[in-house]
Design a protein around this ligand. Sequence first.
Ligand SMILES: [Cu+2]
Length: 251
Amino acid sequence: MDFLGLPHDASVNGYRIDHLINETSFFVILFFVVTAALMLYACLRHGERHQASYDHGDTWKSFRWTLAVAAAIFLVVDGPLLVESLTDLREVFFNFAYAESQPQAVRIEINAHQWIWTARYAGPDGKFNTADDIVTTNDVVIPQGAPVIIQITSTDVIHSFNLPNMRMKIDAVPGIVNRMWFEAKETGQFDIACAQHCGSNHYKMKGTLTVLPRADYNRWLGEASANSSRGFDPDDAEAHWGWDWAAYSRI
Ligand SMILES: [Cu+2]
């Protein structure tokens, strides 16, 4: 549903995020309208026509009303949102065991620095930080219909890797490898943005996420591999920022 002006959702699981946003927005709008209507009623009904009567809101009646409204909101709004969020995390967004177990899965390491995204694919040997790695700048290419697992860090300050059309965003933090996974359901070109203000040229951290059909992706991989191995320089230590694919046992 795009009535809130959300970017186009091109991911398999983005609808879960949209559902939470829509549900939250629905209740926020509903309670705003109800509260505004009550205030309007109070203004019109009372005014200067009669003397105001006051109380401190500390009677048992007030206490019970407050408790009842708070409990109702928790049961109808916050509780379900909490349960739905935790279910989404457990079943999908934190379910790395599923993503890692898929034979079609694509693994990408990303290094953020002021003000560029550098992406690294393991290349034909399947190992990161070796001579046959594929390294790209502000350009992430993935296949349609396969889990894409991102491990990400930063060289300098905190950045945030944001894929609005995939409904995914994760902080890139120096000294820490964070991770996320998603799956694109549509081919096309989408924005990569930085979602943490990371310095004067923050706005320049704009990249392109290209989703290709699997066959085209494989062809791109072959070409990029040949280009990257030609550009490989064993003495350029700064360019070898990759790490062994991190295995997580938690969650
Ligand atoms: Cu940034």
